[in-house]
Design a protein around this ligand. Structure first.
Ligand code: HEM
Length: 509
């Protein structure tokens, strides 16, 4: 009897499995460019500015969801806000993982990084949220303002090195917010360390750069083995990643112990650690989250502000309008402040347009689909890498007419914010993985933009032959898309501007 029951149960399970897999296999994959046997789209994959190619493919297929196969790896690209919202937001429980990259996560030791690690790091995200939610970030305003004033002084002293000054500003904010460390004006060791470590991450994150990411078993090859150079490289780079996380944290702890530490994320959250058994674990989490701040916040903020300068060169009219608005609201007696934002709709629209015009992270950070799914009559296989094409979403001509033109007015109606026009939130990603630093990022970009526009005129540089140097508006193609070095002329708008900037040296924050 028991045998009959077991057999019946066995055949029922098999039948159900066949039915469900049969049902699934009947659904087609989303459309996409033609695939070759075995290698799929491997040989047609773009190596740079992939978001532009994905957008073209999506248009050719007339579908906002396309499928690619790169030598067996399934990739789904979403090119509309609707598709990104339907999947990454509404079904976030299955679309919020990240693909594992053995070189970065395992060999280089970046598994502490939020962007890399698996969903089990939810606790870190919660910690990040507590420290960087819309209310909490208001406490960082004095630090952002101080770093902005330092930026103004640097631009006044040395107007030829814009990108370097922006880098210094972003690093200054993060080191101060995360660790309470006041960075040195030049060659700060903590910024240098973080920069070097993030550079190795950028190299290792280039798809196909290391064979071990395609064949993970290679990670077991011993270092001395011929061809195992990647393991020796990983060992060196791992030291950098460790030092980037450990050394500023140790400095912050030393300052806290000496009673000389300014308030920071580390000082606040270490003081909240309770006496529970996992004390050590809690401290490691605080350290890991602090270590994520430079990784997530430095290049991104620099890219957005670099775009601001390029946008002012591309559209001098926008610059004039912003300056007129600032002059009428703020006047000539002081520098702008955060409280001015609501009275500066044009400047706020200009900041939105900066984030839309040239996306900082054109494909966000790709997500990972953990179980099989279906959408719009298509089969979406478990284990797919899901790429939200933020670039396509932010250049959707039905939402943003004439999308390649820099035009802050698109966000306004009768001089006020137009709620009917979608904010460029896609710049900060989607669903549960949306950028946890976005409130701080917006605040930093706003205060820097409004302060620079209040005090400087940004115009095209003029060469020695008297000819205007037309910028190329070229970008580095990477996970963070960064303006390539460009020349421009930065001059104080008036003697009063110079005085206001110099007076910031007396500020007490
Ligand atoms: C203009 C500036 C910034 C932009 C455009 C930006 C954009 C993004 C995007 C698109 C993602 C991926 C979202 C997704 O997977 O869907 C992300 C993730 C992240 N960002 Fe930002 N970000 C900026 C600034 C910052 C700042 C200032 C911080 C920290 C203080 C930060 C910390 C992070 C972290 C830790 C992650 C990983 C989150 C996770 O994987 O769960 N970002 N950011």
């Amino acid at each position: 009897m028991a045998l009959y029951v077991y057999s019946a149960a066995f055949f029922t399970v098999i039948a159900l499995w066949k039915w469900s897999s049969g049902r699934k296999s009947k659904l087609p994959l989303p459309p996409g460019p033609p695939k070759l046997p075995l290698v799929g789209n491997l040989f047609r994959m773009p190596s740079t500015f992939e978001w532009e190619t994905y957008m073209k493919w999506s248009q050719t297929c007339d579908s906002d969801i396309i499928h690619l196969n790169v030598a067996g790896t399934s990739i789904i690209v979403l090119s509309s806000a609707e598709a990104a919202n339907d999947l990454l937001e509404k079904r976030s429980s299955i679309y919020s993982d990240r693909a594992r990259v053995p070189m970065v996560d395992e060999l280089m030791g970046w598994d502490f990084a939020l962007g890399q690690s698996l969903q089990t790091r939810r606790w870190h995200r919660r910690l990040f949220h507590q420290a960087f939610n819309a209310t909490a970030v208001r406490s960082y305003r004095p630090k952002e303002r101080a770093a902005t004033h330092e930026l103004l002084r640097r631009l006044l002293r040395d107007p030829d090195n814009v990108m370097e000054h922006l880098r210094h500003m972003a690093g200054e904010i993060i080191m101060s917010v995360a660790y309470g460390i006041n960075v040195l004006p030049q060659n700060d060791p903590f910024i240098k360390l973080a920069k070097d470590a993030v550079h190795t991450l950028a190299i290792a994150s280039i798809p196909g750069r290391f064979l071990v990411d395609t064949f993970p078993a290679l990670k077991y090859v011993p270092e001395w083995f011929p061809g195992a150079g990647f393991k020796r490289t990983a060992k060196e780079w791992r030291k950098l990643a460790r030092a980037m996380v450990d050394s500023p944290f140790a400095e912050a702890k030393r300052n806290i112990a000496a009673g000389s530490a300014p308030t920071s994320f580390v000082s606040v959250f270490l003081s909240k650690i309770d006496g529970a058994d996992d004390k050590e674990q809690q401290e490691q989490s605080v350290k890991a989250v602090a270590g994520n701040m430079y990784t997530g916040g430095a290049d991104t903020t620099v890219s957005a502000l670099g775009t601001l300068f390029l946008a002012m060169l591309a559209n001098p009219e926008a610059q004039k309008k912003a300056q007129m608005e600032i002059d009428s609201v703020v006047g000539a007696g002081r520098l702008p402040n955060f409280d001015d934002e609501d009275s500066l709709p044009y400047v706020s629209a200009l900041v939105k347009e900066v984030l839309r015009w040239r996306s900082v992270t054109p494909i966000a950070i790709p997500h990972f689909l953990s179980i099989d799914d279906e959408y719009k009559g298509y089969r979406l296989p478990a284990g797919s890498i899901v790429i939200p094409n933020a670039w396509a979403i932010l250049h959707d001509a039905t939402v943003y007419p004439d999308p390649y033109t820099f035009n802050p007015d698109r966000f306004l109606l009768d001089g006020k914010p137009n709620p009917a026009v979608r904010s460029p939130d896609a710049a900060f990603g989607f669903g549960r993985r949306v950028c946890p630093g976005r409130h701080m990022a917006r605040a930093s970009v706003f205060i820097a933009a409004v302060s620079v526009l209040a005090t400087f005129d940004i115009t095209k540089a003029v060469g020695e032959d008297g000819q205007v140097l037309e910028p190329t508006y070229e970008y580095f193609s990477g996970l963070v898309s960064m303006p390539l070095p460009f020349k421009c002329s930065i001059k104080p708008r008036s003697q009063r501007s110079v005085e206001l900037i110099r007076a910031t040296l007396d500020d007490i924050y």
